[in-house]
Design a protein around this ligand. Structure first.
Ligand code: F6P
Length: 393
């Protein structure tokens, strides 16, 4: 390597998402032009500690990866570095691991370490920064639940996949006069369900941020039938709570692994079928919305994030995370960036626009005025009153 005094390390951590390779390429290209070598740590933070594993990155081995999904560096979700649950309640990283990371960074003479991750991985990055590691963060997640940035890369690709699924479900639902339920990811935020629901012509969108009832969902189906529409598309976020409270999970939290959400789509489908006797089918989109190539929007955003992360290293602005504040890409302190999750505001203009079109959020009659304050649906299956405060996972 030409000049060990100018070297940048990069790692990708947590669940993968489309656009990670575009960030890596963006970092390598802009770093090279500024005279840095770049090395990529393998499998996230794990690559920084025994056995330290990394690969030199160059124009050559990052050529052609812009449009590839996943990450050429691999990733670890909840490995040895997973002891974090947000800024104020976080468990500290094991000091021995931190010391190992310090040694690795010193031995490799890193000018900066670019950590690409979601809320958990960026909380780890922030802790490393507090321990003197020259860290710069890049936000990634299909869930779009990081509050500092208007969009994370990966989100648009996930929404595009979910919208494509809805387009396909639309034609078969119409042909067979069925109710189709599409369950999408997003953890405790309804961004994917909201955006895909609007883009894909969904009739009902159920999200964690808006308590809903089966009465209102069924009423929407009946209203559509009165208008001659004998099929209905329901989009439900995996993290939407059931009307009587409670998340639907695949697997409870175990050690470092967070609770795996999933299964609400089946419950919605069978309850609608039980109440209305309409033929209902459910599709759980799962990891199809996380794999595959990034959309053009995500390619551009990820490339900008990569280039800006190098700029932060060059300017010595460690402990910052790049984020998108349209039209600019800026840096904000990592500590601020991981303080709270971003969730859909029930009164946002996006939700209002959806309501104006007659999309139901399962919380009120669809003939209610879309721009006036919402009324709580008073029904037999009233929503849980207190939704638990959320912390970054
Ligand atoms: O955070 C991204 C995400 O895809 C969530 O939307 C989903 O709940 C979770 O990760 C799935 O994680 P895993 O890959 O461990 O199944």
């Amino acid at each position: 390597m030409a000049n060990p005094q100018k070297r940048i390390g990069i790692l990708t951590s947590g669940g993968d998402c489309p656009g990670l390779n575009a960030v890596i390429r963006g970092v390598v290209k802009s770093a090279t032009r500024l005279g840095y070598d770049t090395i990529g740590f393998i499998k996230g933070y794990e690559g920084l500690v025994d056995p330290v594993t990394y690969m030199p990155l160059s124009y050559k081995n990052t050529s052609g990866i812009l449009n590839q999904g996943g990450t050429i560096l691999g990733s670890t979700n909840k490995g040895r570095f997973a002891a974090t649950v947000g800024v104020d309640q976080r468990l500290s990283l094991d000091p021995e691991l931190v010391a190992e990371v310090q040694v690795t960074c010193e031995q490799l003479a890193l000018s900066g370490l670019i950590c690409v991750g979601g809320d958990g991985s960026l909380t780890i990055a922030e802790q490393l920064y507090q321990n003197g590691i020259p860290v710069v963060g890049v936000p990634k997640t299909i869930d779009n639940d990081l509050s500092a940035t208007v969009f994370t890369f990966g989100f648009d690709s996930a929404v595009t996949a979910a919208t494509d699924a809805l387009d396909r479900l639309h034609t078969t639902a119409a042909s067979h006069e069925r109710v189709m339920v599409l369950e999408v990811m997003g953890r405790h935020a309804g961004w994917i369900a909201l955006y895909a629901g609007i883009a894909g012509g969904g009739d009902v969108i159920l999200i964690p941020e808006i308590p809903w009832t089966f009465d209102a969902v069924c009423q929407k189906i009946l209203d559509r039938e009165k208008q001659g529409k004998r099929f209905t598309l329901i989009v439900v976020a995996e993290g939407a709570e059931l009307p009587n409270g409670g998340l639907v999970t695949q697997e409870e939290e175990q050690g470092n692994r967070q609770t795996r959400l999933g299964g609400i789509g089946n419950i919605v489908a069978s309850e609608v079928e039980r109440r209305l006797g309409r033929e209902t089918r459910v599709v759980v989109l799962g990891h199809l919305q996380r794999g595959g190539p990034p959309t053009t929007f995500d390619r551009v955003l990820a490339t900008q994030f990569g280039a800006h992360a190098v700029r932060l290293v060059e300017e010595g602005r460690f402990g910052e995370m790049v984020c998108y504040r349209p039209p600019a890409i800026v840096g904000v302190p990592l500590r601020e960036a991981v303080q709270e999750l971003s969730r859909v505001s029930p009164d946002s203009s996006t939700v209002q626009a959806a309501r104006a079109l007659g999309i139901s959020f399962g919380d009120q009659p669809t003939d209610a005025h879309p721009f006036r304050k919402r009324e709580t649906a008073g029904t037999t299956d009233a929503p849980k009153e207190n939704v638990e405060a959320l912390q970054p996972a």
